[in-house]
Ligand binder design. Structure first.
Ligand code: SF4
Length: 400
């Protein structure tokens, strides 16, 4: 399928919208009261610090809602205003944040139901409005919705579209896209749907395996079993790793994406010689600014003498999980929670340790003076961060 031509023709269609509907001001007011926080504003103005009693809160200098998420949420609100009576659907959580998704549900914006892991588009009728979330939708989903005669409101972040454009460029030269991401994350599913041949690598270790295979060959069956579900149909590691291009899920650890890019570039230089690099390797910088800034701010805050760190964001949010990963790697006691309600009575917290299920920690706030680091993922409203901070202050006060 010529995905580029399809996207172009979809974008020219009367039923496709990727800009707002002129209700920006009204929506900005609603969003401010729903998501903004005066406490967080005060902390920002106070050099990202606030002390109450024997607790000092140190916020990361970049955190929370990114531009792409704010835009997607605003467009979803505008969509309801613009189509007050139509059925409105979203192909997936608009962003990975429970409170935002709850607000949308209250506005009667419904999620496409999922049956046995597959979305059931039979609920959508011609004329219904369907919103595509910030991390995009697969080209097959867009095609289905278009054929059904739906109105499509596309909130895909331009940074995500930029990755899709890179993948189109790989395809044009018959390159295999090596995508740094999680093969079943919606954004990567969407990105890979634009590729002809692709392989998704989760981390540097997997990229090293691929590099080694390119340089020395190996067991083809083992390769295919190792990456099962993470490559395009018919992918053959013996044939399809001769010309490769790099792409990424925008919310991965940017340092790792860079390392993987460098590793594979060096691999191709070793294999084919420096003068042949341009015939075997393609890479464009597609790490989104917001992810980069939040991760850089995390590096800075982790250098401070923190007693503990609290990372706030949806449990299925990739960028939040990476912030938690950075904290854990630095050896800092870190709690990943999605909302203030996870802070329970009697100095307990229900949190999600990296790679594990939720668990409850007793006596989570230590005695005496403490310095608590706080950050939040790109899909977390400031209001949620405020609620967490207020709860930390009041719980600590009650321990005195
Ligand atoms: S994290 Fe980056 S790519 Fe994702 S929505 Fe925000 S700005 Fe866009």
């Amino acid at each position: 399928m010529d995905t580029k031509a399809f996207r172009r023709s979809l974008q020219q269609s009367q039923t496709y919208h990727r800009k707002g509907f002129g209700h920006e001001e009204e929506v900005a007011n609603v969003m401010n009261s729903a998501y903004q926080s005066s406490l967080i504003q005060e902390i920002r103005e106070n050099n990202y610090r606030m002390k109450r009693g024997n607790v000092t809160i140190q916020m990361a200098e970049s955190f929370g809602f990114c531009w792409g998420v704010e835009r997607a949420v605003a467009m979803a609100y505008e969509t309801r205003q613009h189509f007050p009576t139509e059925n409105i659907w979203i192909t997936n959580e608009i962003i990975h944040n429970p409170s935002v998704n709850q607000h949308l549900k209250e506005m009667k914006v419904e999620f496409i139901p999922v049956e046995n892991g597959n979305k059931d588009f039979s609920v959508v009728d011609a004329g219904d409005v369907v919103i595509l979330p910030a991390f995009g939708a697969s080209v097959q989903e867009m095609q289905t919705l278009n054929e059904k005669g739906c109105k499509i409101v596309d909130t895909t972040c331009p940074w995500v579209s930029k990755v899709w454009n890179s993948v189109e460029k790989h395809k044009k030269r018959d390159y295999t896209s090596i995508i740094h991401g999680k093969y079943n994350h919606e954004e990567t599913v969407a990105t890979s749907s634009f590729a002809d041949k692709y392989l998704v690598v989760l981390n540097y270790k997997e990229a090293e395996y691929v590099s080694n295979y390119i340089l020395n060959g190996g067991d083809r069956q083992e390769f295919l079993a190792k990456f099962v579900r993470a490559y395009s149909e018919g992918f053959d590691p013996d044939q399809d790793l001769k010309q490769i291009g790099i792409a990424n899920q925008t919310t991965m650890l940017k340092s790792e994406t860079e390392q993987i890019g460098k590793l594979l570039e060096h691999t191709m230089i070793k294999k084919y010689g420096p003068d042949q690099l341009n015939n075997h390797f393609q890479s464009f910088n597609t790490i989104c600014d917001a992810t980069q800034e939040r991760q850089d701010a995390m590096i800075d805050i982790l250098d401070q003498p923190l007693d503990l760190m609290v990372v706030i964001g949806g449990f299925n949010s990739s960028n939040t999980t990476h912030l938690q990963e950075m904290s854990v790697e630095k050896g800092i006691l870190s709690y990943h929670i999605d909302c203030a309600e996870r802070i329970l009575a009697d100095n307990q917290i229900e949190h999600k340790p990296l790679g594990k299920s939720l668990e409850i920690q007793e006596n989570w706030l230590p005695q005496g003076e403490i310095l608590v680091g706080i950050t939040s993922g790109a899909s977390t409203p400031d209001k949620v961060v405020e609620e967490v901070i207020e709860k930390i202050f009041s719980q600590k006060l009650s321990l005195v």
